[in-house]
Write a protein that binds this ligand. Sequence first.
Ligand SMILES: Cc1ncc(COP(=O)(O)O)c(C=O)c1O
Length: 433
Amino acid sequence: MSRDPSEAAGWGAGTRCVWAGEASLGPDGATVPPVYHGVTYGYDDMAEWKAVALGERPGHIYSRNTNPTVELFERKVQELEGAEAATAFATGMAAISDTLSALLAPGDRVVSITDTYGGANRIFTEFLPRLGVEVTLVPTHDAEALAAEIDRGCSLVYLETPTNPTLKVVDIARMAESARAVGATVVVDSTFATPINQRPLELGADLVLHSATKFMGGHSDAMGGVVAGSEALVGTIFRYREINGASLDPMSAFLLTRGLKTLELRVERQNANALEVARFLSRHPAVEAVYYPGLESHPGHEIARRQMRGFGGVLSFALAVGDVGDVEAVETVETVGTLDTLETGESGEAADAEDLVARFLGGLGLAHRAASLGSVATLVGPPSTTSHVELTREARARAGIPEALIRYSVGIENPSDLVADLERALGQIGVHA
Ligand SMILES: Cc1ncc(COP(=O)(O)O)c(C=O)c1O
């Protein structure tokens, strides 16, 4: 096998994770590409400088525009998504907002779903309408209504699948077909799936984007975003981003690239761990519902089987609020946030959802109580303090997010330890079947 970049399309995903974009060794034969912290790049030859500045020759001028370390990250994502081009951003939200800003104009119409990530949802409900862009948000589970709204005509269809936090699955191929008929551009936030589990461009999407902060980096130590697709569309977004200035920092690009090298390994482990945890939870009497597309009972399971290679490392579950019985004292509460102030040891009183969630989280000894997802470490938290913190209790209920919902992003720990941790915490909330 050669490391000719033209071979990359034929490589397996694991090989692309390691080698894509790395045809040759770095300077001085370095086996790990260096971090180019330089902001500016010098030229002795004016003609060459001008040609690079005009984009007529490859090269770098100024790191807000392009940077070799950032470019390596972009090449890897491009190869993993099977795209012609990719461009990176400082955060996932920068990728989303720059993509929408670059492609939309007053008078355009966007069709999307109600379950997009909270930040994207705010762009749709607050920012785009202010700029004269009409936005129609369709209940995520209603594929007929979503297709019908696309059929009415629009310039952009924005999807996210699986969704945050209730893991709904949207049929990308079906919506892309409707979008093609009306000439709309389809953008898919595939953060929860990763390019290992889902390749939206193969399903007819025009652009795929990620919060690279999550699975791509995989270690909760760098923020970033990326969008991949055709040269033409990515070029339009790049030209907006280089002026808007939401460029990815080279040190973060280095960490994200290092994370990408193990993406396939991590995601395969997280897929397996999540399925095992989901199956355990779905049998537990203290759990009312489990939301994971890998479970046969999940309403999106069939579509997920068609469009995903694995079901991902994130799941959520609702604690059974109604059945709360005697409450055991929580003896393993750690001093994290406000959890140490919980009243424990009450008896015979039905705790409300918030109290139940707090007591459950307090009983976990292994999973890390924190926002975000996609890390090597299991991260757990309720949407009411993470993805949907801005929404009122009523708005969360309207969005179909139960108050006793827990989002659980499975890490690469041994699954038996995760299950034991969950079993202990569920046992302590004292729910009787
Ligand atoms: C699905 C999804 N898309 C986008 C984002 C935004 O990414 P970032 O936090 O890197 O801006 C998030 C963040 O949680 C997310 O979960």
